[in-house]
Design a protein around this ligand. Sequence first.
Ligand code: SAH
Length: 228
Amino acid sequence: MRIDVITCLPELFKGPFDQSILHRAQDKGIVELKVHDLRPYATNKHKTVDDYAYGGGAGMVLQIEPIDRCISDLKKDNDYDEVIYTSPDGVQFDQSIANQLSLLNNIIIICGHYKGVDERVREHLVTKEISIGDYVLSGGELAAAVISDAIIRLIPGVLNDESSALSDSFQDNLIAPPVYTRPAEYNGWKVPDVLLSGHEANIEQWRHEQSIERTKSRRPNLLDGTTE
Ligand code: SAH
């Protein structure tokens, strides 16, 4: 899979994309993560990519031209399944969207900034708009990192144990059961006996029951398939 991120702040991706699972996924050649700085695509001599909003008001708006030029450049070399814009009013990101996106070959993610992007980007260049929650961030970069992380860990070969992603919360509409590790007792706080029993079937059954209980108490909506 290849993810091309378009941003006016490429430095922001250095941490998230260069560590841990996302780093390993690129190292293994399973994923190509490319961050594109908008600035070289600017057309004015000051290399700015934003301008004042027509009609007035506070806040700058990212211009369509550099974004269009960057996308056109990318499309010369690749076919894209989706051109995603990170936006607080987009469809709310969840595990099922992550699952769907993880099956695609190439996607572009556009990060807005300041007041957002010129509306014509959304009307003519974007195929999907995704929000990571009902709150406003200062830019789409953290959202793009969240979306990329959630997608990439689902791609076969990225996690060392492939079944691990399947037992996480929200897969099969259930919350994950609790997990414990050594020591078996700390400060008098014990790990449940069943997990130390070595009895696989009992452990499986306990985990399933815990999942159901947790889902009922924390996210009952998942059991009836609604989002709230
Ligand atoms: N004026 C816009 C907010 C702009 S915030 C409004 O009121 O809707 C600047 C940029 O941050 C946006 O263009 C978007 O790319 C990103 N962003 C902010 N909140 C986000 C969220 N919840 N999910 C995804 N992207 C978000």
